[in-house]
Write a protein that binds this ligand. Structure first.
Ligand SMILES: [Zn+2]
Length: 107
């Protein structure tokens, strides 16, 4: 017998929240149409964008597309210039799209 992976409470909660939100997209017919919508990352809009912000002086790194390496290097250099500035906030922007299930999403 092949074990069936159990869904976590967080996964079930996430799916329920998404279904409830999707139902809101069809105010006249919430039940039947709710499952027709899905949300996923939109690769056509580009890779995620990464930035770091110094928690002490609020200066921002430049935006880096696809990975956090450049903002991490910026943070290390920023602390080297300002030794008391050691906390940073990472800001990641990713792109998402809502579509009908089975709908072809064009770039
Ligand atoms: Zn700073």
């Amino acid at each position: 017998m092949i074990p069936v992976p159990r869904r976590s409470v967080a996964d079930r909660t996430r799916r329920a929240a998404l279904a409830a939100a999707a139902a809101g997209l069809h105010p006249g017919n919430p039940g039947a149409e709710a499952a027709a919508w899905s949300i996923s990352q939109d690769a056509a809009s580009g890779a995620p964008l990464y930035e770091f912000q110094c928690a002490t002086c609020r200066k921002m790194s430049k935006t880096s597309e696809g990975g956090p390496l450049a903002p991490e290097v910026w943070a290390l250099r920023h602390t080297a210039l300002h030794p008391s500035h050691r906390s940073y906030c990472s800001v990641v922007t990713s792109f998402w799209r809502v579509a009908l299930v089975g709908e072809e999403v064009r770039p």
